[in-house]
Design a protein around this ligand. Structure first.
Ligand SMILES: Nc1nc2c(ncn2[C@@H]2O[C@H](COP(=O)(O)OP(=O)(O)OP(=O)(O)O)[C@@H](O)[C@H]2O)c(=O)[nH]1
Length: 657
């Protein structure tokens, strides 16, 4: 199961204080010991904890590391942990905060991770709560969730690739929340790094003074100690009050099978002690605080938490529905207002999730509940399908988000669900008064193609659009514009960042980008172009429902809503792909893509051909013909009655271009 990791570490004025031993998995009384033997430095867990609770608000800094994908956030976090002695420099561990199996396999961060570190600056001990965030646009919810508990950010930019689309998006996210920005250029060790050019870009795009930009190599550790000092100088202390009623923001949670839902909280006001009763502002339920811990790296119990601090509380929350990210907790029967302005992002892509067979329904439901607790951007609604039975319709922020969620369901909970074709939510305005009366409204929101009404009952169709930002070297502009036009994009603006790179803004239909737009941009531009997007509302369009029939039977899970102009192309593409994806079976399979009763494309998968005449060893030809005729008759019958077996992954793979 996923477990958040929080660390408490020591570091003194440019001098690394290394722990002689770090017991990562245990929280014993000697979790940290300093090789320097300096007397003023805490030596045991008790001393650390005493220091921890004594640190005044003015000596706390809460910050996130934000950047585009692969610009080195997790590597920088590693160096900060090493420098402050949380992990040994000789362990050879990389991206220690990327603790999920899926993160290690894919080499990307999908969950923001918190680490509390101590740093001595000008003779005073500071507590730094650092959050390593994901870079991919599909996990931007993790970034906004993290920023709700921060007063500043380290904006990390790769000195080779320079400012990328997600750098721009994350910078604006930080600015919207009025956070202090510490600009840092990474990877200066690479030969073709061009820090001067990137500094100029940061100045022209965001007005950042080049003199304030730190230049580091997170890989080699060059310049990293200065980053900690700069964080203390540039990021303000949290604006919290210790001498008022307790109030805290839940900004992460996960499930522990013995203790139920655990909540990572950021205390805004007052203090919280073990044994007190807390109340949730959202659900109004109250709970006794069973334990409070600081995670360093294993959980270490503390008796109380004060404003400005981050800690983990266990309070007998049994159901994952009770723990809501962004919720405020306060003391029982006290009045409180909402602590943070964090709201989870609205999902953009929806897909049906069903158990392989209905006996797995309960276990899949519990797995989904636990996963949703850990990923607040996912929405869940009950759904059912004639072929797949009872299941759920889940909402995600993108296709990668969906793939990662399903991979985590399998890896962390042993669930093997069937996932149906992902779709965006369309709005259809009804023309049929009977249907309007039945549904009680004239506009339906459709994210499941199987529920798409008959076109004769529809007056208008609306689809979601996004405003995309693309940053690319100028030599690829022509090809990229070509892809945008092919995907029904309309250019909004285009600015030269410098003489070799361009920033373009495009309005694009969400349905055209969720599947593979990003991959396509990457492959066209040898990996140099980057893309991020934001919501642009609903606009009128023209849609049809494309049905897929296997041997004459419609397969609801494969039907799709497509733009009318794309129907024939998508139909041909889908049947062609299905031909490759569906394995040969005992019967011949006819794959047809239809709009209404009109067949737009067809392919046939031939049946296995068992040699029924093999045992004849020569003999009369009429006997041979008779056996072949009997076989053909049998196959015809089977074709009518046999269920075509469609492998699980087909539902997603058929959509990949
Ligand atoms: N040469 C060099 N490589 C670096 C440096 N910092 C990071 N890298 C490499 O860049 C790659 C990506 O680093 P990560 O730390 O995983 O990047 P990230 O920003 O956390 O990635 P996501 O979380 O997926 O967004 C890894 O292969 C690192 O080894 C550096 O300073 N110099």
């Amino acid at each position: 199961m996923y477990k958040s990791v929080c660390w408490t570490l020591f570091y003194r004025n440019g001098r690394v204080v290394k722990p002689s031993t770090l017991r990562r998995s245990l929280c014993t009384t000697k979790t940290l010991s300093c090789s320097s033997g300096a007397t003023e430095e805490p030596q045991t867990q008790d001393e650390v904890m005493r220091e921890f609770s004594k640190i005044p608000v003015q000596r706390i800094r809460n910050f996130s590391i934000i950047a585009h994908v692969d610009h080195g956030k997790s590597t920088l976090a590693d160096r900060l942990l090493e420098l402050t002695g949380a992990i040994s420099q000789n362990t050879g561990q990389h991206q220690v905060l990327d603790s999920l199996q899926v993160e290690r396999e894919r080499g990307i961060t999908v969950k923001a991770q918190t680490a509390s570190i101590f740093h001595k600056y000008k003779g005073k001990l500071y507590l730094l709560n650092l959050i390593d965030t994901p870079g991919h646009v599909d996990f931007s919810n993790e970034v906004s969730r993290s920023l709700a508990a921060c007063d500043g950010v380290i904006l990390l930019v790769d000195a080779c690739h320079g400012v990328q689309a997600q750098t721009v998006a994350n910078y604006h996210l930080a600015k919207q929340r009025e956070l202090a920005v510490v600009p840092v250029l990474n990877k200066i060790d690479i030969k073709h790094a061009n820090p001067d050019r990137v500094c100029k870009d940061l100045q022209s795009l965001f007005g950042i003074d080049p003199a304030t930009i730190l230049k580091i190599s997170a890989k080699l550790g060059t310049g990293v100690p200065e980053v900690l000092d700069r964080v203390i100088e540039a990021i303000p202390a949290p604006k919290v009050k210790r001498d008022s009623q307790f109030r805290a923001l839940i900004f992460d949670s996960w499930f522990d099978k013995y203790r139920g839902a655990l909540n990572l909280i950021y205390v805004l006001n007052g203090t919280l002690a073990q044994g007190q009763d807390i109340q949730s502002l959202a659900t109004k339920k109250f709970y006794p605080v069973k334990s409070i811990s600081v995670l360093r790296p294993a959980e270490c119990h503390v008796s109380s938490l004060a404003a400005g601090q981050v800690g983990l509380i266990a309070c007998n929350m049994r159901s994952s529905k009770e723990s809501i990210i962004g919720d405020t907790i306060h003391l029982k029967n006290e009045q409180a207002t909402a602590a943070g302005s964090y709201k989870p992002q609205q999902p953009l892509v929806f897909a049906g999730v069903f158990p392989v067979d209905q006996s797995k329904h309960v276990s899949l439901r519990s797995a989904i509940e636990k996963m949703v607790l850990n990923d607040s951007a996912v929405t869940v609604k009950v759904d059912s399908s004639p072929a797949l039975g009872q299941g759920w319709r889940l909402g995600f922020l993108g296709l990668l988000h969906m793939e990662v969620f399903c991979q985590r369901l399998e890896q962390e909970h042993g669930a093997e669900p069937i996932i149906t074709a992902p779709s965006v939510t369309y709005h259809v305005v009804l023309s049929n008064p009977k249907m309007i009366k039945q549904s009680g409204k004239d506009t339906l929101e459709i994210s499941n193609a199987a529920l798409f009404p008959d076109p004769i009952n529809i007056k208008e169709y609306y689809e979601p659009l996004v405003l995309g930002t693309i940053i690319t070297p100028t030599e690829y502009v022509g090809q990229i514009i070509g892809v945008c036009v092919e995907r029904r994009g309309v250019q909004q603006s285009s600015i030269n960042i410098d003489d070799s790179r361009i920033l373009m803004k495009y309005i694009l239909p969400l349905s055209e980008i969720i599947l593979d737009f990003h991959d396509r941009l990457k492959s066209l531009s040898s990996g140099y172009a980057s893309f991020s997007y934001e919501d642009y509302g609903y606009h009128e369009t023209d849609l049809v429902r494309l049905d897929i029939h296997l041997n004459g039977r419609p397969v609801e899970e494969l039907c799709r809503i497509v733009h009318t102009s794309k129907a024939t192309g998508v139909a041909r593409d889908m049947v062609h792909k299905l031909k490759d994806l569906i394995p040969k079976q005992m019967v011949q399979i006819a794959i047809q893509a239809c709009v209404g009763s009109k067949v737009l494309a067809r392919e046939t998968i031939k049946a296995y051909r068992k040699d029924v005449t093999a045992k004849l060893y020569g003999g009369d030809v009429t006997r041979r013909m008779k056996l072949l005729r009997q076989q053909a008759e049998g196959k015809k019958k089977m074709r009518m009655f046999a269920n075509v077996r469609v492998p699980h992954e087909t539902f997603i793979n058929v959509l990949k271009r």
